[in-house]
Structure formats: structure tokens, C-alpha cells
Design a protein around this ligand. Structure first.
Ligand code: HEC
Ligand code: HEC
Length: 160
């Protein structure tokens, strides 16, 4: 009887653990945008390209980017100091801390990250340059629901 009960307890625990793990995996792959979206981030950082989810870069990269907005990848992306402070704090809070994202990529580019290159190894550099995409940084050219923070591989459509 004691064995039977401990088996029941074990089974129940396993269900809880597996359930929690799959929920975590889902939260991780289905939506990469924090639930508390920052209006100033959407307003200031999503006019030239999509609002990149903060979890794709480490805090140090976001801090460098926010510290150099007047010379932002060949353009001027300066924002008011009040907005800059608010955006910086928010990016820092949700920055990637997962081991693969922790490393600062070349030029603080998501697209130069090791994990990014690995996930997109089947797409050639010249393919990324094709007209409908133009740049690997245009995530939403292929990730149809990137604006919603969804980068799931089930939701990708290569436009050629
Ligand atoms: C005036 C237009 C403009 C604004 C506004 C702007 N950016 Fe950018 N951003 C660019 C350009 C251009 C690139 C380079 C894109 C490319 O290489 O295709 C870029 C690239 C980036 C990248 C690297 C993408 C990659 O290659 O992985 C990040 C991260 C980024 N921007 C963050 C921000 C943040 C944060 C803000 C708001 C404070 C912002 N951007 C506002 C024009 C802008
Ligand atoms: C030219 C099309 C294209 C562009 C542009 C692109 N991706 Fe992807 N991405 C893909 C494809 C295709 C896959 C699926 C690879 C596979 O099947 O394993 C993928 C996979 C991913 C994955 C892994 C998804 C998973 O469930 O494992 C992430 C995260 C991702 N991309 C993020 C980005 C980000 C962020 C950007 C922009 C900075 C971007 N991608 C730009 C085509 C693209």
C-alpha cells in the first residue's frame, strides 16, 4: 500500500513537472516579446525596423546601442533623454540572460549572434540580400508574426 501511494505521488509529480516544462518551452518559443510592452519603445524603436524583442541581445549590447543612438548603424536614431532612460531600463530588465544570448555579438547585432547564424545556416548571405528581404535584420519578411513577438519556426515563410 505504501508503495502504491508513493507511486501515485511520483506519477502526480511527474505530470506537474512535465506540464510546467512544456509550458515554459511554449512561452519561450511562441512569444518573445515581454507582456508589458513599452509604448515609448514601440514609438521610438519600431519606425525603421521591427521592435526587436529585448531577449535577443544581452544587457551590455542594449546599453551600447542606447549609448550611441546618434550613430546608429549609419543613421541617427536619437531619442529624448526621458524616453532613452525609460527604454534603457526596460531593455535591461528584459535583456537576454540565457547562455547563448549572454555573449555580446559583433556590432551588437542580433543577426551576428552565434545562435542566429546557427538557426539560419540554411539561408545564404546572398539570399538574405534578395529584394523581398534585403537584410537579415528584416525579421518580419519571413517571420510572419514577428511583430507579435512570434518567431516560432512553424510560422516562417521564406518569400521566394
Ligand atoms: C532612423 C531609423 C532607425 C530608428 C529610429 C532605430 N533604428 Fe535600429 N537600426 C536602423 C538601421 C538602418 C539598422 C541596420 C539594419 C540593417 O542592417 O539592415 C538598425 C539596426 C538595429 C539593430 C541591429 C539589428 C541586427 O542586425 O541584428 C538593433 C538591435 C536596433 N537597430 C535597435 C534599435 C533601438 C533599440 C532603437 C530605438 C532606440 C532603434 N533601433 C531605432 C535604423 C533605426
Ligand atoms: C530570409 C528569411 C528569414 C529572416 C529575414 C529571418 N529569419 Fe529567423 N528563421 C528563418 C527560418 C527559415 C527559420 C527556421 C529554421 C529551421 O527550420 O530550423 C528561422 C528560425 C528562427 C528562430 C528559431 C525558431 C525556433 O522555433 O527554433 C529564431 C528565434 C529566429 N529565426 C529569429 C529571427 C530574428 C530575430 C530575425 C531578425 C533579426 C530573423 N529570424 C530573420 C528565416 C528567417
Amino acid at each position: 500500500m505504501k508503495d502504491f501511494i508513493s507511486m501515485l505521488v511520483l506519477t502526480a509529480l511527474t505530470y506537474v513537472a512535465v506540464g510546467a516544462a512544456s509550458q515554459l518551452a511554449m512561452a519561450d518559443s511562441a512569444n518573445r516579446m515581454p507582456v508589458d510592452r513599452l509604448p515609448s519603445y514601440q514609438a521610438e524603436c519600431a519606425s525603421c525596423h521591427l521592435a526587436y524583442p529585448p531577449g535577443f541581445l544581452p544587457a551590455q549590447s542594449w546599453s551600447s546601442i542606447m549609448g550611441g543612438l546618434s550613430k546608429h548603424y549609419g543613421t541617427d536614431a536619437s531619442v529624448e533623454p526621458k524616453d532613452a532612460a525609460e527604454i534603457s531600463a526596460w531593455l535591461k530588465r528584459y535583456a537576454g540572460s540565457y547562455k547563448r544570448v549572454k555573449e555580446v555579438p559583433p556590432e551588437n547585432r542580433i543577426t551576428q549572434s552565434y545562435w542566429f547564424q546557427k538557426k539560419h545556416r540554411k539561408i545564404g548571405v546572398e539570399d538574405f540580400a534578395k529584394p523581398p528581404v534585403k537584410s537579415a535584420a528584416n525579421c518580419n519578411a519571413c517571420h510572419r508574426h514577428a511583430e507579435q513577438g512570434n518567431f516560432d519556426d512553424d510560422d516562417v515563410r521564406i518569400p521566394w
